[in-house]
Each structure stands twice: as C-alpha cells, then as structure tokens.
Design a protein around this ligand. Structure first.
Ligand code: NDP
Length: 333
C-alpha cells in the first residue's frame, strides 16, 4: 500500500510517517503541502519520493491507495470527500471536521464508496488504556460509578500557532483535546455521553481560541465523567481515573502520545501496580488500519468514532458558551 500524506504537518513528521513505514508492505509515496517549496523540503527531509501542491494530482495517482489527512482541521472535510470520491482509503486526523454533521457526511460518503475511513484517536491504542479497559471488563472495579480525566498540559512552543488563535482553522483546546477524552471515555465505558455542562477559559496562551475547559458529562448508565483540558499547565501530570463499587484505577501520565505512565489498582486488598504493554500508540493505530484493509477487523477508531468524539466536543463548546446543559446530537450515526 502506497500512501499520500495530505498535510506536511508536525504529527506526520513526528509519528505517522514512521508508523506507516512500520507496517509490512506500506510506504509513503507523496506529500501534499499548500506551499510547494515547503512540501519539497518536507519530502526531502523525510525521504518521501515526491511532493505536490495539487490535491487533484495526488488523488489521480493510481499507485496511491490510501491517504493520511493531517492538515489543519477546516481542510479535513473537503480533502476527505475528494479522497473518498477518488476511491482512496482515508486515515483522518481528529477532529474529523469542523462539525459533527460534516463528519457524518464523510462517514456516509465512505460507506457509499466502499472505502475505509478511520479516525486517528491514539489513546485507545495505548497499552495503558488497554490494560485499564481489561480491568473494567474483568469486573475488577465492580460497577463503574465515575470517571475523572486530567488532560491539562503545556502546549509545546512549536505548536503555538493556529491552535491558540484561529477558531476558523479548528483551534482551541476543545476541538483539540476534548475529542480525545470523549473517545477515551467511549472506549472504556462502551456507551455514548448523553448530556454535558461546561466552562471554558481564555488564559495566558489564548490569542482568541479557548485554552482551557472543564466539563461534566452524564452517561446513559448514570456514570458521571469529569474532565479538565488545558494548554497552559506546565507541571500538572495528566491522568485517568475510573472509580467503581469494588475498586478504583488511578492512572497518571497516560493522556499522552508516548507509551508511558503508571497505573494503580486500589481495592479492599490494598493498592497494586498494574503493568502494561509499551508498543507505539500510532504504530498500533496503523497496524489495525492495515489489517482492516486486508479484510481483518476494524480500524481502532472508525469514522463513526470520529463523529461521536466531535459531537461530544461540540456539545462541550455549546455548553461553555451558553452556560446551559446540552444534550449531545450524534447525527444519526
Ligand atoms: P501543524 O501545524 O504542524 O500542521 C498543520 C498544517 O500547518 C500543515 O499541514 C502545514 O500546511 C502547516 N504547517 C506546519 N508547519 C508549518 C510551518 N513550519 N510553516 C508553515 N506552515 C506549516 O499541525 P499538527 O501536526 O499539530 O496537527 C495537524 C492535525 O493533526 C490537526 O488536525 C490536529 O488536530 C491533528 N493532531 C492529532 C494528534 C493525534 O494524536 N491524533 C496529535 C497532533 C495533532 P501544508 O500541509 O499546507 O504545508
């Protein structure tokens, strides 16, 4: 499978080119950048055979069977729709689009065209989260009562562009991080959040877009979820906690792109450390996508998962702006 990269992005450079190349028989053939010179420089820096500034040119290349979309968020919908129409399989970055309604259009188009559409939600691929999910499924926590997510970080300097200033490009901590938290909660609890209340903040890094958010979600089962996302916290460890009638999981440093962190399981018997696998998160995301291309299973996060995570983030934004509780609209997916 030869891939086209749509977007000469940081995430492609830091994680995804390597993850594609780690799959047997997969390679990167071309990169698209709106700036031809930048594209050529990116191709040369990463050993990619060609670059182009024309989406049509990339999509008319019959050697390219799949594309990875990691341009800024407002471009995902038109780029994905064009790729799907050209019969390419699509691995798209989160958020899939600027609205859940648009993301649902991508899912319908991919279904009709018979191509694979996946969302690059990395956290559900982490050994840490797979281990936490196994504890929940094995009944070690009893009945789940609540989840707490700590996802307040310091945005690295090299990423302090559109994310802080440009809501039109999908900037803001809500589209950037709440979608990941929503996907992670859905992955663990296997149900979709129903209703949210939220507040956002415009702190020291904001240049227009929100750089902090806190929210509370009600799950259909009655489980309550509390989340904190931020770009401005230099020293706060990230974390994920699940509390149940028989036990609690306290995980730290697990809302991250790297296979790191610590997990403790606390029960009546005391506290014990839980070990977990340390494979690359993006490697596993690509491996499951490659398996699905071969007719084996599903991508780790499908297009539908991408619609649902965005629907939650959209509701959090609306709740923060209006000060009201918002019922989540999943647009029929
Ligand atoms: P970047 O800002 O690095 O890249 C986005 C676009 O900005 C690129 O496609 C490129 O446009 C342009 N760009 C990048 N660097 C430069 C530069 N030095 N000078 C001029 N233009 C530049 O974004 P990220 O890689 O952080 O994010 C891209 C997408 O990936 C987003 O949708 C984001 O939400 C998602 N993401 C997902 C993560 C995950 O874990 N799933 C983690 C990080 C991001 P062009 O291609 O036209 O040259």
């Amino acid at each position: 499978m030869q891939w086209g990269l749509i977007g000469a992005s940081t995430i492609a450079a830091e994680h995804m080119i390597g993850a594609i190349r780690a799959q047997n028989g997969h390679s990167v053939k071309a990169v698209l950048s709106a700036n031809a010179e930048r594209g050529a420089g990116f191709a040369s820096a990463h050993g990619i055979p060609s670059s182009t500034a024309s989406l049509d040119e990339m999509l008319s290349d019959d050697d390219i069977g799949a594309v990875y979309i990691s341009a800024t968020n407002e471009k995902h919908l038109p780029q994905a729709m064009a790729a799907i129409a050209a019969g390419k399989h699509v691995m798209c970055e989160k958020p899939l689009a600027m609205s859940a309604a648009d993301a649902a259009k991508m899912v319908s188009a991919a279904e009709e065209a018979g191509v694979l559409l996946a969302t690059n939600h990395h956290l559900r691929n982490a050994g840490s989260h797979l281990a936490i999910k196994a504890l929940i499924q094995d009944g070690k926590l009893g009945e789940v009562l609540s989840v707490r997510i700590f996802h307040a970080v310091l945005l690295p300097e090299h990423l302090r562009g559109w994310r802080l200033s440009d809501s039109a490009a999908g900037g803001g901590v809500i589209p950037d991080i709440v979608v990941h938290d929503a996907d992670t909660v859905r992955f663990h609890l296997e149900e979709d959040p129903q209703e949210v209340v939220a507040m956002e903040s415009h702190g020291s890094l904001s240049r227009g877009a929100e750089d902090g958010a806190m929210s509370v979600w009600r799950m259909p089962s009655g489980v309550q979820v509390m989340t904190h996302e931020s770009f401005t916290h230099p020293f706060a460890p990230s974390g994920f906690e699940v509390h149940g009638t028989k036990g609690s999981v306290i995980a730290r440093n697990v809302m991250t792109q790297r296979p790191v962190g610590e997990i403790a399981l606390i029960t009546a018997a005391g506290s014990r450390e839980v070990s977990f696998a340390n494979h690359g998160l993006y490697d596993r995301s690509l491996a499951l996508f490659a398996d699905a291309l071969n007719g084996n299973g599903q991508p780790s996060a499908t297009g539908v998962d991408g619609v649902k995570s965005l629907a939650v983030a959209e509701a959090v934004k609306q709740a923060a702006v209006t000060g009201r509780a918002v019922t989540i609209d999943y647009h029929g997916v």
